[in-house]
Design a protein around this ligand. Sequence first.
Ligand code: 5GP
Ligand code: MG
Length: 167
Amino acid sequence: MTRAEIEAKVDKLATQVRRDYLDRNPVLICVLKGSFVFTADLVRRLDFPLEIEFVQLSSYGKGTESSGKIKVEKYLRYPIEGRDVLVTEDIVDTGITIAFLLDYLRREKPASLKLCALVDKPSRRQVQVAIDYLGFTVPDKFLVGYGLDCDENFRYLPDICVLEEQP
Ligand code: 5GP
Ligand code: MG
């Protein structure tokens, strides 16, 4: 996806989020690290009161293969009970990471809980996840750029690119 395609998509997502959350002072929860660029671009298009929180989970070890295990690196610091919560995630792949996070957040009793994901890879899904606001649906390729990394590299790239396999 080129930066122009990403911009147009984030515009569209911001319009939808604005329509639904305008008077609700929502809490946006950015899932670090991959979602930081997307979340920043999204909130810059939102012109109403909202709060931003960060959580960090890691399911991927080194390289492009998931370890299958989720490690919680950083939890919420403020209560979300009774709040309208929108999680902003970079990619929903197997769904394991985001399903784990949504279960955890649900136990904190938010008034509502929805998911906004920039990219969906439905062919890899192992756990059902409802994505309320979705950017792109892509085939099973490993993506980098626009916040997405491979071993912490490539996050700075302005476009989302397919990482070619090593020969
Ligand atoms: P899941 O638990 O859904 O399998 O994995 C979700 C997380 O793995 C995403 O939030 C993302 O951080 C990472 N991930 C999944 N697919 C890709 C990909 O193609 N590229 C990168 N850089 N990260 C990915
Ligand atoms: Mg992520």
